[in-house]
Design a protein around this ligand. Structure first.
Ligand code: T5A
Length: 213
C-alpha cells in the first residue's frame, strides 16, 4: 500500500509519519518511510538546491528538479519497496507539485498532471492524507521548528514565501482533495498530535480493509 502525506509547511506531516510508522510496525507490517524532495540517492543534492534560500531558481528549473527528484525516487525507492510487499509512507509526493507549482507558481494543471505522470510512471498513491490548518499556524510552527533545528539557512526557501502564497497552497490542497475523493482524505491538523495520529490510523486501517475486499 502506498500512502502519501500532504499539506503546507508545519502541518505536522513528519510528526504524523513517525507515529504511523510505529503503528504499522506494531501491527506487523514492513514499512518504507521516505520523503520528497530527497528520498533517493541523488535526492539529497536536489533537496539542497531546491530548499536553500540561497538558490535563485527560475520557476521552470524548480518544477523540473522536483520532477527529476520524483522520477528517481519512484524508480529507486518506492516501486522496489512496494514490490517487496512493504507499506510505503511518503512525506509529500506528486500532489505537492500540483499545488505548489500549480497554485503557487501558476503552471497549468493539465501540463503538471502530464509531467507528473511521466515522473511517477503510472504509480499513484492508494491513499493521500491531507493535513489542513490555517497558513498562519503552519508557518508559525515551521519557522519555530526551523529555528530550533537551525534549518533556516539551508531549508527555508518556501517558508519565506508570502502569506498570500501559503493561502493559495491551503486552498489548492482542499480543491485537490475535492477532485479526488476516493484517494484523498482531509484531516484537521489543528488537533493534538495524538488525536491526529488516531484519526489517520483509523483512516488507513479502513482503506487497507477495503483494499483487501
Ligand atoms: N515542494 C515539495 C514543492 O514545491 N513541490 C514539490 O513537488 C514538493 C515535493 C519541502 C518544500 O518543498 C515544496 C513544499 C515544501 O515547501 P520540507 O522541508 O520537506 O519542504 O518541509 P515540509 O514538507 O513543508 O515539512 P515541514 O517539515 O515544514 O513540516 P511538517 O513535516 O508538516 O511538520 P512537522 O511534523 O515537522 O511539525 C512542525 C512543528 O510543529 C509541531 C512539531 O513538533 C514541529 O515543531 N507539530 C505540532 N504542533 C501542534 N499540533 C500538532 N498536531 C503538531 N504536529 C507537529
Amino acid at each position: 500500500m502506498f500512502i502519501t502525506l500532504e499539506g503546507m509547511e508545519g502541518a505536522g506531516k513528519s510528526t504524523l509519519l513517525q507515529g504511523l510508522h510505529k503503528r504499522f510496525q506494531a501491527a506487523g507490517h514492513a514499512v518504507a518511510l521516505t520523503r520528497e524532495p530527497g528520498g533517493s540517492h541523488i535526492g539529497g543534492a536536489l533537496r539542497s538546491i531546491l530548499l536553500s534560500p540561497q538558490s535563485s531558481l527560475a520557476n521552470e528549473t524548480e518544477l523540473l528538479l522536483f520532477l527529476a527528484d520524483r522520477a528517481q525516487h519512484v524508480a529507486e525507492v518506492i516501486r522496489p519497496a512496494l514490490a517487496d510487499g512493504k507499506v510505503v509512507l511518503c512525506d509529500r509526493f506528486a500532489d505537492s507539485t500540483m499545488v505548489y507549482q500549480g497554485c503557487g507558481r501558476g503552471f497549468d494543471p493539465d501540463l503538471l498532471y502530464t509531467l507528473n505522470d511521466v515522473a511517477v510512471a503510472g504509480l499513484w498513491p492508494d491513499t493521500t492524507l491531507i493535513l489542513d490548518l490555517p497558513p498562519e499556524e503552519g508557518l508559525r510552527r515551521a519557522v519555530q521548528r526551523n529555528k530550533t533545528l537551525c534549518k533556516t539557512d539551508d531549508e527555508g526557501r518556501f517558508e519565506a514565501e508570502t502569506l498570500t502564497f501559503h493561502t493559495r497552497i491551503r486552498e489548492g490542497f482542499l480543491t485537490l482533495a475535492a477532485q479526488h475523493p476516493h484517494r484523498c482524505v482531509v484531516l484537521d491538523a489543528q488537533q493534538s498530535p495524538q488525536r491526529l495520529l488516531d484519526a489517520a490510523w483509523a483512516c488507513v486501517c479502513s482503506r487497507m480493509a477495503a483494499k483487501r475486499c
